[in-house]
Design a protein around this ligand. Structure first.
Ligand code: ADP
Length: 484
C-alpha cells in the first residue's frame, strides 16, 4: 500500500523548499524494508534559515491576541480530524504501528491542538500586594521566544502537536526537527498547519538524515531561546549540557523504566490484562512501557497464566492487516538491543515463559519483528532490570512486601511512569506518594491526556507536557514594580 511516492520538501517561512544542497534521503517502512518516500535532507544552513524565519515571525505572532492565536489552533484541530484516516495511513506505513493504534494517536495528537486553543486564553498574570503604599506589583507572562523542537519516531505525530500547540498558544514561534525515521508524519502535520493558515515563519520544519548538525545549530544560535526535546536520555543530556552555555530554556522528555506493581489483593486476571495492553502498546516502544513487572509471590502463577494466554493470542505483521497488534521494531539496532537483553537475562537465570526470538516466517524477516516475550525470575543483575528495553519483552519479578517493592521500584535512574494494582485505598495512596515517578497509574494503564501533565523525574526529564503545566514551559514571568 503506497500512501506516499513523491519527494517531500521542508517547510520554511511558509514555503515548501528543497534542502540547501538539493539532497534527499530515503524513508523505509520498518515492516518490510520498502521505500516509502524521499525527504529533503537539510543541513545547518537550512536550520539557520528556519531559525531566522521563526525569529522574524515572532514579533507579529506574539502580538496577536490570544483569541487570534486560538483560532489557528482550532482550525488545525478541525483539519487534523478531517484528515484523520489519511494521517493514520501515512503513520502506519512509515512507522509500522497497527492502523487502529495510528488512529488513536491522531486523536491524541489533535487533542493537544484543541486543548491549547482553549488554554491560550488562560495565560493569566497577577497583581501582588507591594511592601510600600506607593508601589504596585504586576506579574506578566510572556512567550520565551523562538522554540527549537526535536521529536522522536515512536509517536511521530502526537509528539509534534504536544510541543507545537502550547508553544503557539503561548505566542512562541517554532522550528521543528522530526526523527529521521519518521519525517513524512511531520510533513503531513505541517501540511495541516499550512492549511490552517498559520502565518509564514510561525512554524518551520527541517528534515535531515543526520540530526547532530541540526541540533548543534539549534543549540548554538542565540536566537533560539528554548529547546524542547523528546528522545533518549543520552541525547537529552548532550543537548541540556550545551544549552547551558547560553542558558536556554530546556524541556526534556527522556527514557523510562516503568515498574508495574501487582499486589496480592489485586485480581491477577484483570491486572494481567492491563499489563499486557500497556507492555505491548506500540510493541513496547514507549517511554511509559512497563520494564519491570513486580507481582506478589502469592499470585505469580495465575498472573503469568493469564499474561501468557493473552500474549499467545497476539499477532505480528503489517499494521494494515486486520487483527495485528504487534508491529515491527524501528530498526536493526533496536532489534539487536532486545536480543542482547533477552540473551543476558536467560544467561543469568531468567525463565523464558514465551517468545524469546526474532520473527522470520510469513515474510516477517523483511522487517524488524520480535516475538512478544515473557521472562520470569528476573533479577537486578540482569541488563533488562536496569536498561530501557523499548521492545516487546515483559520481565516479571516476584516480591513479598509493600516496603520491599517500593524500594525496588524506586531503584532506577528513571522516573517517568509507574503502575500499581490494588483495591486497597490506603495502600494505593501510599504507593502514589512514595513512588518517585512523574506519572502513576492506579489500577489504570492510561494516565495520559492532553489535559494532564506528562513528564518524568530524575533522568526521565525536565518539565511537563500537556495540561496547564505544558503551556507554562513556553512562558517567562515578568515582574513590573510601579511607583504610583
Ligand atoms: P531514540 O534512540 O529513541 O531514537 P534519539 O534520542 O536518538 O532517540 O532520537 C530522538 C530525536 O533526537 C530524533 O529526532 C533524533 O533525530 C534526535 N537526535 C539524535 N541525536 C541527536 C543529536 N546529537 N542532536 C540533536 N538531535 C538528535
Amino acid at each position: 500500500m503506497k500512501v506516499h511516492d513523491f519527494i517531500s520538501k521542508m517547510y520554511i517561512n511558509g514555503q515548501w523548499v528543497n534542502a540547501n544542497d538539493g539532497s534527499t534521503f530515503d524513508v523505509l517502512n520498518p515492516s518490510n524494508g520498502d521505500k516509502v518516500g524521499e525527504v529533503a535532507n537539510g543541513d545547518r544552513n537550512d536550520a539557520q534559515k528556519a531559525i531566522h524565519a521563526a525569529r522574524h515571525a515572532f514579533d507579529r505572532w506574539s502580538c496577536l491576541t490570544a483569541y487570534q492565536r486560538s483560532e489557528y489552533l482550532y482550525k488545525a484541530y478541525q483539519l487534523m480530524m478531517e484528515h484523520r484516516e489519511h494521517l493514520a495511513r501515512v503513520m502506519t506505513e512509515e512507522q509500522g504501528k497497527p492502523l487502529k493504534a495510528s488512529r488513536g494517536e491522531i486523536q491524541y495528537g489533535a487533542d493537544f491542538l484543541l486543548w491549547y486553543a482553549e488554554e491560550a486564553k488562560r495565560i493569566y498574570g497577577e497583581t501582588i500586594p507591594a511592601p510600600r503604599s506607593d508601589q504596585r506589583f504586576i506579574v506578566l507572562r510572556q512567550p520565551v521566544g523562538v522554540v527549537a523542537a526535536i521529536t522522536p519516531w515512536n509517536y511521530p505525530m502526537s509528539m509534534i502537536t504536544r510541543k507545537v500547540a502550547p508553544a503557539l498558544a503561548a505566542g512562541c514561534t517554532v522550528v521543528l526537527k522530526p526523527s529521521e525515521a519518521t519525517p513524512l508524519c511531520a510533513v503531513e502535520i505541517f501540511k495541516i498547519f499550512e492549511k490552517a493558515g498559520i502565518p509564514a515563519g510561525v512554524v518551520n520544519l527541517v528534515t535531515a538524515s543526520d540530526p547532530a548538525p541540526i541540533g548543534e545549530t539549534f543549540i548554538t544560535n542565540p536566537l533560539v531561546r528554548k529547546i524542547t526535546f523528546t528522545g533518549s536520555t543520552e541525547v537529552g543530556k548532550i543537548l541540556a549540557k550545551k544549552a547551558a552555555e547560553q542558558v536556554k530554556h530546556v524541556s526534556l522528555e527522556l527514557g523510562g523504566h516503568a515498574p508495574f506493581i501487582v499486589f496480592d489483593d489485586a485480581d491477577p486476571v484483570y491486572a494481567a490484562k492491563g499489563a499486557v495492553l500497556i507492555k505491548f502498546l506500540n510493541t513496547g516502544q514507549a517511554c511509559i512501557s512497563p520494564n519491570r513487572i513486580f507481582v506478589h509471590r502469592s499470585i505469580v502463577d495465575p498472573f503469568i497464566k493469564e499474561f501468557k494466554n493473552r500474549v499467545s493470542g497476539m499477532r505480528a505483521g503489517s499494521g494494515f492487516e486486520n487483527g495485528v497488534s504487534i508491529g515491527p521494531l524501528v530498526n536493526s539496532a533496536a532489534l539487536e538491543k532486545v536480543e542482547r537483553q533477552v540473551a543476558d537475562a536467560l544467561d543469568k537465570g531468567a525463565t523464558l515463559v514465551c517468545g524469546g526470538h526474532r520473527l522470520m516466517d510469513n515474510n516477517l524477516d523483511k522487517g524488524y519483528f520480535y516475538a512478544p516475550t515473557v521472562l520470569n525470575d528476573v533479577t537486578p543483575e540482569m541488563l533488562i532490570y536496569r536498561q530501557e528495553t523499548f521492545g516487546p519483552v515483559a520481565p516479571i519479578i516476584a516480591f513479598d512486601t509493600q516496603e520491599e517493592v517500593l524500594e525496588m521500584a524506586n531503584d532506577t535512574i528513571y522516573g517517568l511512569a509507574a503502575y500499581v494494582y490494588t483495591p486497597n485505598l490506603s495502600r494505593a495512596m501510599r504507593m502514589f506518594e512514595g513512588l518517585r515517578f512523574g506519572i502513576i497509574g492506579i489500577n489504570d494503564i492510561n494516565p495520559t491526556a492532553a489535559a494532564a501533565p506528562f513528564g518524568g523525574m530524575k533522568e526521565s526529564g525536565l518539565g511537563r507536557e500537556g495540561g496547564r503545566e505544558g503551556i507554562a514551559e513556553y512562558l517567562e514571568t515578568k515582574l513590573g514594580g510601579f511607583s504610583v
